[in-house]
Design a protein around this ligand. Sequence first.
Ligand SMILES: NC(=O)c1ccc[n+]([C@@H]2O[C@H](COP(=O)([O-])OP(=O)(O)OC[C@H]3O[C@@H](n4cnc5c(N)ncnc54)[C@H](OP(=O)(O)O)[C@@H]3O)[C@@H](O)[C@H]2O)c1
Length: 329
Amino acid sequence: MKKSYKVAIVGATGVVGRTAIKILEEKNLPISEYVFFASKRSAGKIIEFKNKDYIVQELNENSFDSGFDFAIFSAGGETSQKFAPIAASKNCIVIDNSSTFRMNEDVPLVVPEVNPEEISNHHGIIANPNCSTIQAVVALKPLDDKYNIKRIVYSTYQAVSGAGKKGIDDLANGIKGFAPQKFPHPIYNNCLPHIDIFLDNSYTKEEEKMINETRKILKKPDLKITATAVRVPVFNSHSESINVEFEKEFNLYDLKKDLANSPGIIVKDDIENNLYPLAANATGNDEVFVGRIRRDFSVDSGVNLWVVADNIRKGAATNAIQIMEYMMK
Ligand SMILES: NC(=O)c1ccc[n+]([C@@H]2O[C@H](COP(=O)([O-])OP(=O)(O)OC[C@H]3O[C@@H](n4cnc5c(N)ncnc54)[C@H](OP(=O)(O)O)[C@@H]3O)[C@@H](O)[C@H]2O)c1
């Protein structure tokens, strides 16, 4: 283990990058040097971090020449495509938040509570899964281990922060009556069953990401999964209804205990007192909240879950930093 590390945050001025910086400020990791990168637009801006002013640098081909240990990339797919291999070629381990490398066979797709063993298989790039996938698999992994998942039906209720600065602006400006700039329809007072682009099979790319990434992370390439991903007028934290069917029988009391005893999960399921996971309460937390846990009476062995997490923290920045922390140990 090295004594101290040099870390780059790429996309430091974005929603995920800023949150990563906030989390690094909260944690006390053995990092002696930070460099914050963004595009030309933000070069020269000041970021205050640990009582020091840092000047945002424009990312370029030579940015990684000065010997970085880790780079957390949150600057969109094109930036990752171009610059992550350059960083990796200079012995900098890249933890990438974009979807660019997630399904590459030689790139581990990691959620530390679920498949930390994959980290050591990296060749310079480790992918952070999609925000909606991360919170889902944290909840599903302990159930799959014990009851063997047969089929999953995802229905998501995703916050506008998942679409970055422009998504947040669309809701904030929509409330004031302005037309959307990011989404194809107004998001205020609305629900859009459309996240990312439509594919030839009529699914959206977001839905396809959830399906493929879940299969890869749970190491079940043929798992039956379907998904409907919906953008809702919530500023932050994604909510998901997850219907799961198992191969094995289960006892509901035990299943709740399995969830409660699993890393990264907080079970909030007290319906007598109207307590269940809520987006407004999940924001600012790193855990995945699970509630409304109830048997699906329409199948032999199935359960319904309501799963909520801060999509910018656990769904992106926290997960990436947890991977880096794991490697530092
Ligand atoms: N939001 C989420 O919930 C979430 C979750 C998981 C993964 N992600 C992924 O994380 C990435 C960032 O998302 P975000 O929500 O933070 O987006 P965002 O708020 O729009 O921020 C984008 C960041 O990327 C930078 N950037 C853009 N083009 C660049 C370039 N050519 N070179 C260097 N930096 C560049 C921007 O810098 P400027 O200030 O210079 O424009 C900004 O810092 C995306 O790949 C996204 O898919 C997001």
